[in-house]
Write a protein that binds this ligand. Structure first.
Ligand code: PMP
Ligand code: GLN
Length: 382
């Protein structure tokens, strides 16, 4: 793991805490999820759900996850053999990569990528091949030829994150068809990270890759309660996939953590069954917060690329006279009392992301307003 150091989220949150800055770096909400969800976790503890739950997850949650995939996307999974509860999507990513990629195998990943992908591909002894998402037509997308060119004889997996952190892109059906076509042609397995599945804006629609022709049987889907229920600290995620893949992932997962926290599993089962109207309210409020932050960032001199989903907006720093996002992110607390994440850490080809910083808008309106007010200080002649 030499070379991996500390994650950018820990580094930037540490910087925010030390300097008392507004933290628009790490993506976590500053308000709680639905009250009844929180109450269910408390009640579960009071009710004695305090010992090891079954390794694959409590039946209530596995059944609720299967029902959610069926109701929302028409995807049928057997809760007994095709659903696995993990310690956040992070463990789902780790266990899936360790289970399905071995030394020398190649894994295709779109850059910028969520940082744990690179770490876990490395821990699996595998090699990553990146396909770059670039701004075009007001959103980040990829060149299908570049994707096809990334496939080689050792390619086993493709990792797909949509809605995408940090660009906010929600892959269209046409983009997903290209990915599915590559998977079918080269016999690849897809791992999809859908943790922002509910958090899409305007007319963007989240389409699970597994719903495309021939893809259910070759897709390992990951999601999590963290983003949907504003409970990122609960670390409750899940895998849905054909039984042989779930069995392989479970084999790894049992030695990573054995099982996930019992009371949160029960609460999340409740949430998936009863709190989806609350999630829709969250989605709407995040859409408004996105617009609020974008308007403010543009007024402060940044150029922004409007995200179709997630918590995040990519801001181009060049109009303000900066070129290196890492340098700016390190200087931002002192210069403006705000923390952002430099996007270049999510790239192998850092140059492609050098001039972007990522701001999170999953914050109270007054926090966004204060951050924007502070960021206008960057415009004073330097
Ligand atoms: N994938 C993506 C794209 C994320 O942004 C995050 C951040 N939370 C995760 C996975 C991790 O999810 P969890 O907190 O459920 O482990
Ligand atoms: N997913 C969040 C982000 O992208 C935070 C993840 C973390 O802290 N590991 O900011």
């Amino acid at each position: 793991m030499q070379g991996f150091g500390t994650t950018i989220f820990a580094e930037m949150t540490g910087l925010a805490v030390r300097t008392g800055s507004i933290n628009l770096g790490q993506g976590f909400p500053d308000t709680d999820g639905p009250a009844a969800l929180l109450e269910t976790a408390i009640e579960a503890i009071r009710g004695g759900a305090n010992q090891y739950p079954p390794g694959p997850g409590v039946p209530e949650l596995r059944e609720a996850i299967a029902a959610q995939r069926l109701d929302r996307y028409g995807l049928a999974y057997d809760p007994g053999s095709e659903v696995l509860v993990t310690v956040g999507a992070t463990e789902g990513i780790a266990a899936s990569l360790l289970a399905l990629a071995g030394p020398g195998d190649e894994v295709i990943v779109f850059e910028p990528y969520y940082d744990s992908y690179a770490a876990m591909i490395t821990l699996a002894g595998a090699v990553r091949r990146t396909v770059t998402l670039r701004p075009a037509g007001g959103r980040f997308t990829f060149d299908p030829d570049e994707l096809r060119a990334a496939v080689g004889p050792r390619t086993r997996l493709i990792l797909v994150n949509s809605p995408h952190n940090p660009t906010g892109t929600v892959f269209s059906r046409a983009e997903l068809e290209v990915i599915a076509g590559v998977c079918r042609e080269y016999d690849l397995v897809a791992i999809t990270d859908e943790v922002y599945e509910y958090l899409t804006f305007d007319d963007a629609e989240h389409i699970p890759l597994a719903t495309l022709e021939g893809m259910r049987d070759r897709t390992v889907t990951l999601s999590s309660a963290g983003k949907s229920f504003s409970a990122t600290g609960w670390k409750t995620g899940w895998v849905t996939a054909p039984a042989p893949y779930v069995a392989a992932v479970q084999t790894v997962k049992q030695f990573l953590t054995y099982t996930a926290s019992a009371p949160y599993q029960l609460a999340v089962a409740y949430g998936l069954r009863h709190e989806l109207a609350w999630v829709e309210g969250l989605r709407k409020s995040l859409e408004a917060k996105r617009d609020r932050l974008i308007t403010g960032l543009e007024a402060a001199g940044f150029e922004t690329i409007k995200p179709q989903g997630t918590y995040f907006v990519q801001a181009d720093i060049r109009p303000l006279g900066f070129t290196d996002g890492y340098e700016l992110a390190r200087a931002l607390p002192e210069r403006a009392g705000v923390v952002a994440v430099p996007s270049q850490v999510f790239y192998d080809h850092a140059q492609a992301g050098a001039h972007f910083v990522r701001f999170a808008f999953c914050k109270k309106d007054e926090v966004i307003d204060e951050a924007v007010e502070r960021l206008t200080r960057l415009q004073v002649p330097r």
